[in-house]
Design a protein around this ligand. Structure first.
Ligand SMILES: Cc1cc2nc3c(=O)[nH]c(=O)nc-3n(C[C@H](O)[C@H](O)[C@H](O)COP(=O)(O)OP(=O)(O)OC[C@H]3O[C@@H](n4cnc5c(N)ncnc54)[C@H](O)[C@@H]3O)c2cc1C
Length: 445
């Protein structure tokens, strides 16, 4: 890495720059050279084995990098990347962002999600993604009124249609539209709080299936060593250079590497500080709990989301597996500190009480929720961290939490700190980053 790389560079997800690969690729420090070939392989530590860390690790290893992936959980993909809704965003949910920057930021990664995931897990998502359009229900207390929201949805649909990758989404969306739901149908589906409804062609994936597949691939991927149940406590430079790093872990051990990828999500900022990157405010950590329900029989409940503000949603993956959330009930912790401690997940009577509160909030708005919960074979309460570059609360239309257009990679030499931003863009961003670090696949050293 040259002197220019000593400076800190910021870069958004959709702006991960492609540099001429030969000049840019990281090389193993102090490696002897045979002709133009480095003899020692590049060593990388990937911190965090969520969807971002696991994807980066697999891509780097396939490009000839020797990877150690470290996570404090006893298994990969055990945190937010396992326990989330799995919406593969086209941008409709950020209807309170008047700039449309969020939709633009989300689109490429979302449209390419299925392809990028297939490349990682070598299996199709068929049977593990929703097949019906999502319904957006406009709440009477929405921070964006129904007319303005319809105009924003039309603008987002236009962005989707014009995008060169529109046909590559989980379903071809090159004719994407937000279609208004007739009042009679809306009245059958919802309670009086809902003032309008739209169908949009967004899909979601079963995140637990994805988590299991990625975990299996990571375990069998040549060139990846896993250090699980291991907490990262800091990263420091070895000497003055910014292409030689030491990763320190809570067990007193360390890894000396050429490259660090910090994909710790909720735990990312404190480690950035130890490496020499100072985070820029504002940011907010939130911890959200939801319900993952499996029913005994097939339920017809559609996938629907209440917009725009601190509301909730129902996801029907396959007729029997559901995700239910109500934001004010599920938001159990929030902080603008460097890190937020993991709140306890309720079990037993606590879990039942939590489920009852979610039901009490959702059922008046979407009466079908009652039948789903009455038919439940299992109800799991779980959730995870959400990190966002913004502050405030969702009932404030001016809150920065209504935008998600500033996530991506920050760099300090060969230290890469990744704000994943969204599950839906992670496989795409991971590949871009691996390519920046190690060049295209098939050119392994
Ligand atoms: C309820 C909920 C619903 C969501 N719905 C959606 C959705 O529909 N669509 C969407 O695109 N996104 C959604 N998200 C966001 C999405 O889940 C995250 O953006 C994504 O999973 C983050 O992936 P990650 O790999 O960065 O983080 P994680 O999956 O959290 O992985 C980070 C890993 O780092 C580990 N770790 C942290 N600190 C340390 C440390 N110091 N040492 C060692 N290990 C550490 C953790 O154990 C974890 O395994 C949702 C999130 C939540 C909570």
């Amino acid at each position: 890495m040259g002197a220019a790389d000593l400076s800190r560079r910021r870069c958004g997800a959709h702006r991960v720059r492609r540099r001429p690969v030969r000049g840019r690729r990281v090389r193993a420090r102090g490696a002897r050279r045979a002709g133009d070939r480095a003899v020692r392989r590049v060593r990388a530590a990937v911190l965090g084995a969520g969807i971002m860390g696991s994807s980066v690790a697999i891509h780097l290893a396939r490009r000839g990098v020797e990877v150690t992936i470290i996570d404090r959980e006893p298994a990969p993909m055990a945190a937010a990347s396992r326990w989330n809704e799995g919406k593969i965003h086209l941008g409709y949910i950020y209807g309170a962002d008047p700039t449309l920057a969020t939709a633009q930021h989300l689109l490429t990664g979302g449209l390419q999600f299925a392809e990028r995931l297939r490349e990682l897990v070598e299996e199709d998502l068929d049977g593990h993604a929703t097949t019906e359009d999502d319904i957006y229900l406009v709440h009477r207390d929405s921070v964006v009124g129904p007319d303005l929201l319809r105009a924003r949805f039309e603008a987002v649909s236009g962005l989707v249609r014009e995008h060169p990758d529109a046909a590559r989404y989980l379903v071809d969306v090159s004719d994407a539209r937000a279609t208004a739901i007739p009042p009679s149908e809306l009245a059958e589906l919802t309670g009086p709080e809902i003032v309008a409804g739209y169908r949009v062609p967004e899909r979601s994936v079963e995140t637990r299936w994805v988590a299991d597949r990625l975990t299996a691939v990571l375990a069998s991927q040549a060139g990846v060593t896993q250090r699980l149940g291991t907490t990262v406590v800091g990263v420091e430079r070895r000497g003055d250079a910014v292409d030689a790093w030491r990763v320190n872990t809570a067990d007193g051990a360390h890894e000396d590497v050429d490259v660090v990828v910090n994909a710790l999500w909720s735990g990312r900022l404190p480690i950035d500080v130890t490496a020499g990157l100072t985070p820029q405010r504002p940011w907010t950590h939130r911890y959200r709990l939801c319900l993952f329900v499996r029913t005994r029989t097939v339920q017809e409940m559609p996938s629907a989301l209440v917009a725009v503000g601190p509301f909730g949603d129902v996801k029907n993956y396959n007729g029997r597996d559901f995700y239910l959330s109500w934001y004010p009930v599920g938001l159990v912790a929030q902080s603008d500190g460097l890190e937020l401690a993991t709140p306890p997940t309720p079990t037993g009577a606590g879990a039942e009480a939590f489920a009852a509160r979610v039901r009490a909030a959702l059922e008046p708005i979407m009466p079908g929720v009652g039948a789903v919960l009455d038919d439940a074979e299992s109800v799991v309460v779980h959730g995870g961290f959400v990190f966002a570059r913004g502050a405030g609360a969702l009932d404030d239309p001016r809150s920065g939490l209504h935008r998600r257009d500033r996530y991506g990679v920050e760099r300090l030499g060969t230290y890469f700190s990744v704000d994943t931003g969204k599950y839906s863009t992670a496989p795409w961003l991971a590949r871009e980053l691996a390519e920046e670090i190690a060049g295209p696949a098939g050119r392994a050293r």
